[in-house]
Write a protein that binds this ligand. Structure first.
Ligand code: GLU
Length: 470
């Protein structure tokens, strides 16, 4: 692309606000966003809210939240189709004037009968053009009181083709396309028509969307041409499949982007993972948002459906966790600890993150692990005590407590050194000392490195707990 062209790139994400932002929608948004960012263009957000029965303000908010969480900030919008009704009516009036659209008084029952007749002769069910004006053709008399729909006067011959950014050349015979209704009897515009007027008015140069829209594309191109507009380039991305090869759905687990926030995934990991679902840059699996933007090339969008892989997402998330600073993780995990009833105020949470980050795949796992330090202390139950804290173990704990109280520095290194000394002095192996210490100091048998755990808990807490089990 030349420089002047690259500056003009304008993409859009055009969700229908009928539910949360799902993974497929988020991925489409991500590709459109990256395309615009890569070429220094403009990313537009348009809310397609004309389906009044299914659109809700909560769904609009859920989409905005999901995009904000992923960091997909629009440069323009959100624009709401419901606020653009006057504009659609204006374009419909213009098309009626110019003869590229016409009023059709056929009743739904009549249209159904036409379709049925077509089916009987093995033809594609369609409107038969009764009200379509043609040179020299006399139209039926307008039924009194009837309210017409407005139909697009679709070309009858030839083909409509485009070079799809993802799928390559696609062609539809115009004979296959019906004279689409663009306005209902009450004058409200229909879905495909609003999309066309918006893409035109918003000067969209590249449309990236799900391939469930491929069949709409020739209709939209024809209407744009009838308006004298240059159609954008289209790229249709295949859907996301579940691990079982079926279309990804709730059956496969969480499908709302914000659920992944709740489950403890980092937005940068989601961006990384979603980007790789149907797009690639060589063999690169782990990359930053900046690298993704830099590398994004629509030619590397895959033609085949991508498969959701929760294990890989966890792997990407674990990597993002390891890449994060301890302070950043602490800030993200603190509210999750509070939600569990924990209190991180008395603890060096960043140090806890440092201890746990290599073994955690999600922020929720980090929070769970941090409860060892932030939750109310739960002494080991009787079974564990009976099993672990026998007389020999108690003797070890008593000696450890005595020596530990005299440590000049309460640090992991000092505690590790003390444990080593104790093993030598008592001639025991590590588990003989470490497990009783864990049970006495934390209430559980398994924890991260005992020296680190004791250091983080602090001298007073540790000595208090050791004394209370003795
Ligand atoms: N509103 C449509 C949807 O949510 C997308 C339309 C488009 O991208 O052209 O499926």
């Amino acid at each position: 692309m030349t420089a002047s062209h690259t500056n003009a790139v304008r993409t859009r994400f055009a969700p229908s606000p009928t539910g949360y932002l799902h993974l497929g929608g988020a991925r489409t948004a991500l590709f459109s966003w990256a395309f615009a960012r890569h070429f220094g263009g403009t990313f537009v957000l348009r809310i397609e809210d004309t389906d009044l029965e299914r659109s809700t303000p909560e769904a609009v908010q859920a989409i905005l939240d999901g995009m904000a969480w992923l960091g997909l900030d629009p440069d323009e919008g959100p624009f709401y189709q419901m606020r653009r009704m006057d504009r659609y009516r204006e374009v419909i009036a213009r098309m009626l004037d110019e003869g590229t659209a016409y009023r059709c008084y056929s009743t739904p029952a009549e249209v159904e009968a036409m379709r049925e007749r077509a089916r009987l002769i093995g033809a594609k069910p369609r409107y038969d053009g009764t009200w379509r004006p043609e040179p020299g053709k006399a139209l039926p008399p307008v039924p009194p009181g009837a309210r017409p729909v407005v139909r697009f006067r679709s070309p009858l011959e030839g083909a409509t083709h485009w070079d799809d950014l993802v799928k390559g050349p696609i062609s539809f015979d115009n004979a296959e396309l019906d004279d689409l209704i663009i306005a209902r009897p009450d004058g409200t515009p229909t879905y495909n028509f609003c999309v066309v007027v918006d893409d035109w008015d918003m000067r969209i140069t590249h449309v990236i969307r799900g391939d469930d829209h491929v069949n709409n594309t020739p209709r939209q191109i024809n209407i744009l041409r009838a308006l004298g507009a240059e159609p954008p380039r289209y790229g249709h991305v295949p859907m996301i499949l579940g691990p079982d090869g079926e279309k990804l759905s709730k059956r496969h687990g969480a499908v709302s982007v914000m659920e992944y926030d709740a489950l403890g995934y980092l937005p940068e990991a989601m961006v990384n993972y979603l980007a790789r679902l149907g797009w690639s840059h060589g063999n690169d699996e782990l990359f930053s948002r900046e690298q993704f933007v830099e590398w994004f090339d629509p030619r590397n969008l895959s033609r085949s459906a991508a498969q959701w892989d929760p294990k890989k997402l966890n792997w990407v998330n674990a990597h993002a966790i390891r890449q994060s600073s301890n302070e950043d993780l602490a800030a993200r995990v603190a509210p999750r600890i509070r939600r569990r009833g924990g209190d991180a105020a008395a603890i060096d949470l960043a140090a806890v993150m440092d201890l746990l980050k290599d073994r955690s795949e999600t922020l929720e796992q980090l929070a769970e692990g941090a409860m060892l330090f932030c939750g109310p202390h739960q002494p080991a139950d009787d079974t564990v005590r009976a099993e672990v804290l026998d007389a020999a173990a108690r003797a070890l704990i008593a000696d450890f407590a005595a020596r530990a109280s005299g440590l000049p520095d309460w640090t992991e290194a000092a505690l590790d050194a003390l444990i080593k000394d104790m093993l030598q002095a008592h001639g025991v192996k590590m588990p003989k000392l470490a497990i009783p210490l864990r049970v006495a100091a934390t209430g559980v048998k398994h924890t991260p490195s005992i020296g680190a755990v004791l250091a983080l808990l602090g001298r007073e807490t540790v000595l208090g707990r050791l004394t209370s089990v003795l």
